[in-house]
Ligand binder design. Structure first.
Ligand SMILES: NC(=O)c1ccc[n+]([C@@H]2O[C@H](COP(=O)([O-])OP(=O)(O)OC[C@H]3O[C@@H](n4cnc5c(N)ncnc54)[C@H](O)[C@@H]3O)[C@@H](O)[C@H]2O)c1
Length: 237
């Protein structure tokens, strides 16, 4: 059964990793999906170029997705970056870039998608946070602060718009094998795996079904402002 038959969705960061897996899972469930990314996959007709840190780019991409799809039922905010630096050595520019992409980018995409969803009588927003926003991480103060911010934004927006039928939730994955973690040293990955109750990282296609659940009717109908944790047991809030 295609649980997202005829739903329309915009997935930011959808050219890679978790966003790409969510776009594929939504498509497999019958949704019509537009992928928006700073680096769109060449030749993908469903792709839009988007920089989530640029308000004009976000406003144009949301309008274009609404035009092509006839309105947006679901927004998935998966665009993100990860860098590492001890706080005492971190440049203000590194801090600002992470906040711009990982937190302000989510704000901007929600800001421009919500009015259309309210006008249509409902919608779903799924923000990809991280379990690091709950537990923190060494060398990751900027990233963890942004992701904790996404969880707070998610709860606040959920409270504002639930009465309009717009359900806003977050997913806080644990470590997932994507290009984002490719750059991290093998030593760190080995130690991290040993720490996880499951003993392994997740794969993007193991995170995507949580997004399908949140987007689906009736599966997602009662989730409001929640943060779901497909995280190999890394955090148990
Ligand atoms: N991989 C993990 O272990 C993990 C764990 C928890 C949370 N996350 C989060 O999941 C989300 C997806 O990460 P991923 O692991 O799939 O990484 P990824 O690097 O594979 O994908 C991220 C995508 O975001 C895009 N992007 C980056 N900056 C952008 C911008 N300014 N505008 C538009 N697009 C931009 C990139 O081009 C890329 O396609 C991120 O928000 C990340 O923080 C990842």
């Amino acid at each position: 059964m295609a649980v997202l038959r005829d739903r329309t969705a915009l997935v930011t960061g959808g050219a890679s990793g978790i966003g790409a897996a969510i776009a594929a899972a939504f498509t497999a469930e019958g949704a019509r999906v537009i992928v928006a990314d700073r680096h769109p996959v060449p030749g993908d007709a469903s792709a839009i170029r988007l920089d989530v840190t640029d308000e004009a780019s976000v406003s144009a991409a949301v309008a274009e997705a609404e035009r092509r799809l006839g309105g947006l039922d679901v927004l998935v905010n998966s665009a993100g970056i990860l860098t590492e630096s001890p706080l005492a050595e971190m440049s203000a520019a590194t801090w600002a870039e992470t906040i711009a992409v990982d937190l302000t980018g989510v704000f901007l995409c929600c800001r421009y998608a919500v009015p259309g969803m309210i006008a249509r009588g409902g919608g779903r927003i799924i923000n990809i946070a991280s379990q690091l926003g709950i537990k923190g991480g060494v060398g990751l103060a900027h990233y963890a602060a942004a992701k904790a911010g996404v969880i707070g934004l998610t709860k606040s927006l959920a409270l504002e718009v639930a009465r309009h039928g717009v359900l806003v939730n977050a997913i806080a994955p644990g470590p997932v094998e994507t290009p984002m973690v490719d750059g991290i040293t093998e030593d760190w990955k080995r130690a991290k795996r040993a720490e996880l109750p499951l003993g392994r990282f997740g794969r993007p296609e193991e995170v995507a079904p949580t997004a399908v659940l949140l987007a689906a009717d009736p599966g997602g109908n009662l989730y409001v402002g929640q943060t779901l944790g497909p995280n190999s047991g890394d955090v148990m809030p």
